[in-house]
Design a protein around this ligand. Sequence first.
Ligand code: EPU
Length: 429
Amino acid sequence: MEKLIITGNKCLKGEVVISGAKNAAVALIPATLLLNGTCTIFNLPNISDIKIYIEILESLGVKVTWNNKNSVKLDTRHIASTNSTIELTKKFRASYYLIGSLLGRLGSVEVGLPGGCQLGPRPIDQHIKGFEALGAKVVIEDEVITAKTDGLVGTNIFLDIVSVGATINIMLASVLAKGVTIIENVAKEPHVVDVANLLNVMGANIVGAGTDVIKITGVPKLKGNYIYSVVPDQIEAGTFMLAAVATRGDITVKNCTPEHLDALSAKITEIGAEVQPINGDTLRVIAKHRPKRTNVKTLPYPGFPTDLQSQMGVVLALANGTSKITENIWESRFQYTHALNRMGANIVDHGKFATFRGVEKLHGAAVYSTDLRAGAALLIAGISASDVTELYNLQHIDRGYEDIEGKFIKLGAEMERVEADEKEIELSL
Ligand code: EPU
């Protein structure tokens, strides 16, 4: 196991280029299984979740050709199996998209119950409700999900809760179903739109992605030989924007989609930093002063994203005054606050919300990331803190950020990845 040794007290300045969105890419890759042909995907983030996903597709019989570390050609003409490697699918959350894709294409699928970050209970009842409404039989036994159908038939589905995963998964299952499927109360995240765009490029008939209702008119098959570029990662972009504020720096975030970041840009402006749009795909964040206090509530898109809550928490830990963050999506997303308190923050975690009494400065400490975004938050905290921070459990960050150290170092951060010794590893478990 490795750790990052971060030498703090740095003010970040310069340019960073944003990679393709992890949460879009992990849906686009399985979406290609609906196609009987080839598809080349560009702007894929080079992260461990993507490498595992491609490995899973290979195990199903997909021919994989890497053009470079960010682009892959997938030939889905000869799928040999619908039973994915159970141990691999258990490793991360988005393996659940194999269910929608393989049910839709081949009428049967077997995957391990999805793993991923521990953010509290992560049910998939809405996914299953959708598959069953379309005519599938779904059984969960010994942490394995099996779904089968003699043919999916379009229907009306009203989601009880706004869910990114359920929206995309039911959309995947409906593309080749007979007739019309209407999904109401859907998620509107940019990655939902990105998946609909890819499917439409391949010949699907999906309208309404990005609104509350998606209508899918089933088509008999999708056609091949497509090239598609993944939407920029708004969470990675937001992570660097908040790093600029936390370190009172000046960062130009290139290759992002500014409108996907409206909720964050509004909050950053509210707390006294400047967000300048440049050329349609670039945002410059300039933070000259200590941030002002504010309150934040996480919500489905276009609200403030839960995936930027921890990074915002670092900023509010350093703000002038007392702030409150309310987490409305996940039950256990304040675990990072305990690590921040070890670095001198004054945060009280009340479960559903946390109170941040801002301090002038954080100091270095040994801290352990508990999930992907907590890891990014602690990295930012370490860069802004006085003296040295040791950050453990880097596997969480590696799941979702491409070359995060390289990008931060280019902006003026100082950090080194080294092997952790046995005793440190024991502490981090
Ligand atoms: N929910 C249900 N039943 C379901 C599905 C979801 O009750 O069947 C609940 C969840 O428990 C949660 C809420 O609905 O309270 C929203 O969950 P959603 O389904 O939207 O989350 P997800 O699809 O599992 C994706 C991202 C998460 C991100 C959330 C919310 C992927 C692979 N993951 O998860 O990303 O936090 O949407 O935007 O797309 C991350 O990147 O760090 C991350 C955790």
